[in-house]
Ligand binder design. Sequence first.
Ligand SMILES: *[C@@H]1O[C@H](CO)[C@@H](O)[C@H](O)[C@H]1NC(C)=O
Length: 451
Amino acid sequence: MINFAFRRLLFSCASLVLLAMLLVPVPTKAQYCTSRGCCPGRDDECTARYYDTLCYCDVFCNMTAMDCCPDFWYYCMGAPRPTLPPTEGPKYDYCIYKGVIYNPGTSIKRNCNTCVCRLGYDGDAEFECEDNPCLVDPITIDDVNDDYYLGWRASNYSFLWGLTQPEGVLYRLGTFPPGRAVSQMVEVIIQPEGALPERFDSREIWPGLIGEVVDQGNCGSSWAISTASVASDRLAIQSSGELNPRLSEQHLLSCNFRGQRGCSGGYLDRAWYYLRKSGLLSRACYPYHSGVAEDTVMRKLQCRVPYGSNRCPAAGVTSDLFVSTPPYRIAAREADIMTEIYRNGPVQATFNVKNDFFVYNRGVYRHVKQDFTASQTDTAQAGWHSVKIVGWGVDRSIPNNPIKYWLCTNSWGRNWGEQGMFRIIRGVNECEIESFVLGVWMQVGHNHMSG
Ligand SMILES: *[C@@H]1O[C@H](CO)[C@@H](O)[C@H](O)[C@H]1NC(C)=O
């Protein structure tokens, strides 16, 4: 196939113009979509030749890499037609994106990638973009939503848009891989319960005793949040509601620093060790403040426990420290986990978060194996995250295809997922959610210590 540079050489050679135009129609700068037409939706055939590559005139080009033709924005999308600066001869020494002209040296941000307009040796300018895999990948969202029988739906989240995959892992997860220490925890033997109900939700069984969804912000603190959350629920349940403070995840995050990395992640066995040895203050006494602008991943946390006479600042707030016994591990068996929740309340679960989990919107999640594209190379690149399982059920929204699920509490605020909760397929150890499940007994009665 004759290449574009060669075609332009022909073009500039007056005697051959006519011949060249007969052989190959030579597009001038503004004639890509203008000459081939626009296509609705996604159409991988809807292309025009652009230098030595292709550009696209389908609506989808606007959601993927920067592959829309230069005239796509005003010809197909009705953006204002740019007034082109005067050019010398066939040179195009500016970049164009969404109908806006950019001079060489300027840059734009596309999702998680920065694109810089650069002048090439041939005098033409083009955007050069970084090629980071982005956390929110519009292709993944599309693939998930195109597959009705998958059982879940995806959506874009503005708080995740613009982050790279590694940034998502760093900011939004924060549990270190469950290593030997968790694997070696005592596995309890659970006597099977007769018939367990088809659906179970701790929030309905123990009303007022189960914690709300929290938002970890841009801080990898799931290790502290899930631990404090399960401990609080268990304390309230085991004391029949008599002791019902929410325990302070910030206390754990800031003060359990030995071998832990604060907003850059932590180990669950060490977190539980801290609960046994030191105990936690209430959240009312020591509120969560990480994850906001000035206190994210990068900042070193300071432990500020109000000891002794320096009691909790708020009036009427207890300065008690609430202490746990050693946590125990529930075998990776569906019935065991269900029985444990049924008898004793929510459990802590650690699982391997894949990239598509971030865009979960509703339904019963299962990981989608994706086709690899240039910017989405490694779906296995993900991290470990800990959450709370509060119940289970069976989803019957797809006719003749009931899907069993776990009902879980995430820590990304109420705008994510199903009001901050998510459901994940049950009984198949999806993303290892059944592998590392922990329960705990709190010290109730007069055992909790005063700070
Ligand atoms: C996702 O949301 C962000 C922020 O609201 C927005 O700028 C972006 O265009 C959206 N992306 C898609 C593919 O809808």
